[in-house]
Design a protein around this ligand. Structure first.
Ligand code: APR
Length: 228
């Protein structure tokens, strides 16, 4: 099978009980991005930011993958090396379903030292007093990419987009770059592009085809359509 690149967003985990960001009542309706998802917000009030991510970390730890995560893991298992899964999500549900995944926005279960750059498995709760296990500075932060920071693994992702035959965006509103621009990069490289979402998005017109519905229903059906 030719290479497939799949980008997932918060809509994939919605049916696992994890909130999305921009839907009605979503995370960005409950919290100001500048307070909880920027380096400036963390510098201003690290306890508020740790509290926000501690709550999300604990909720994600108790969540289970849904049929969409499981279908993508099956597709990847049946086609080793040709299904590249890139997620904007910071929950671990793709891994729990058995997928290998590139976390371009980091992960809730990882911590980063703002002083020395060391990364380690995050404790369930972090506070401004949490010390780095390397340099012992009280500078632990969630290893999550905030607004104004560079997403992770971009070189690897761009290389995959340049030689994929099919690009799929699943459960993402296409509001945040660079992820929102991946469809154009894949199209420019000659890939077929497909959007799977509960609704149409601002990026829908950039895709060749669309599947509309809840991910736990439309993703398994789409995966079935790809398998021989
Ligand atoms: N099935 C499929 N799609 C769904 C479902 C569902 N059950 N529920 C919601 N969606 C879709 C919505 O229609 C929307 O297009 O998921 C998308 C969620 O969009 P956002 O909340 O904007 O989430 P996402 O696109 O992942 O956000 C991208 O923005 O704030 C940053 O870092 C954050 O990674 C995040 C990035």
């Amino acid at each position: 099978m030719d290479k497939i690149v799949i980008l997932t967003g918060a809509g994939l985990s919605a049916e696992s009980g994890l909130g999305t960001f921009r839907d009605e009542g979503g995370l960005w309706a409950q919290h100001r991005i500048e307070d909880v998802a920027t380096p400036e917000g963390f510098a201003r009030d690290p306890a508020l930011v740790h509290g926000f991510y501690n709550a999300r970390r604990q909720q994600a730890a108790g969540a289970e993958p849904n049929d969409a995560h499981r279908a993508l893991a099956r597709l990847q298992r049946d086609h080793p090396g040709t299904v590249i899964l890139v997620t904007q999500n910071v929950d671990g549900l793709h891994e729990k379903a058995g997928s290998e995944v590139i976390h371009m926005h980091g992960a809730l279960d990882r911590a980063l030292c703002a002083a020395c750059g060391l990364r380690w498995d995050a404790a369930a709760e972090m506070t401004p007093r949490t010390r780095c296990p390397g340099c012992e500075a009280k500078a632990a932060r969630p290893d999550v990419v905030w607004f104004g920071e560079m997403p992770y693994h971009m070189e690897q992702i761009v290389d995959h987009l340049a030689d994929c035959a099919l690009f799929a965006a699943i459960g993402t509103s296409g509001q945040v770059y660079p992820a929102a621009g991946f469809v154009q990069e894949a199209s420019a490289a000659g890939a077929e592009t497909v959007e799977l979402n509960l609704n149409a998005t601002d990026m829908s017109r950039a895709f060749d085809s669309h599947h509309i519905g809840p991910a736990s229903r439309i993703v398994p059906a789409w995966v079935e359509s790809l398998l021989p």
